[in-house]
Design a binder for this molecule. Sequence first.
Ligand code: SAM
Length: 322
Amino acid sequence: MTPITDIHGRQFKTLRVSLTNTCNLGCVYCVEESTEKKAIPSPQLPESNPLSVYKLIDCIATLHSVIGLETIRLTGGEPTLYRELLPLMQGIQQTGIPSVKMTTNGYLLSNKIVDLYNHGLTSLNISLDAIEPEPFFQISRRRNLHKILDGIEKALTFGIEVKINCVVMRGINDSQILPLLAFCHQRNIRIRFLELMQMGHLYGNFATYFFPEEEILDRIGTYANFQPMYRDASATAKYWQLPDGYQFGIIANESDPFCTDCNRLRLDSQGNIFGCLSDNTPIPVTDSLDNPQLLHEKLQTALAQKKTRFLGSTLSMLSIGG
Ligand code: SAM
């Protein structure tokens, strides 16, 4: 088999798996008000996830055998709502993928962290868009911020690498840039501020809320001086360093696209792969796991989906996996 590489030298090395398209927060950039569920859903029922956990593990193991994955990131929707999370992680451990990471809103983390740690979790990205209760409610449509903060503290006590992600929306939570930075600086946790991406229900309306990297840096300049660091290959974030060595990041998908060395492949909870967030065309793979030639072709099709800059998408991160 020829290696799966495109003209930019891009290959798939990181697999992001969306375990469910359900979430227990109702963040305004992900969920349209009219479809927002007021109640926190119970863990995903098997019938609403078409893939059994065994099929999902088979899918991941087969993709790993073809690509040689370096990292797997479990995401969603909210991955901690996935009922078979621990059997899944056990299966992933057996595939030998070196690094198992998760992106979570942290809401259920404090009760789950011991098991996650014991099942090989090495790193957590925790989404936290505000550190004060009222702006937190404005952006997430939920109270109980303290549950997330408890989860963060607990993860830190286990020595799991924790990074905080904050999507900045003008007029909704830009007031939180400095309080969040101070919170993370005091605890020496890396924070990354994300530019809003033109996705889902905000596809036609994102300019109203867009808050660019330049303005994020201007705000941070009122807090401290900083120096730019270099960006790691295939990384989404660029980092800056304060005089005491603390580093913060920005994921500037619009202002400074990082697509030309993107190494990410996505697998959704329905068993479809996507090579790019800008491409809404799902490529089903569960029918190709026993057919190496066909799977290879599908991965090539997914790689060909990759663009050189993000073009926007009517799909929400909730379904494709953030
Ligand atoms: N529920 C988990 C969480 O909250 O981290 C995982 C899924 S969430 C879709 C993954 C990440 O995507 C979060 O950091 C979220 O803030 C980010 N995200 C979702 N929609 C976005 C958008 N339109 N622009 C930028 N980031 C977005």
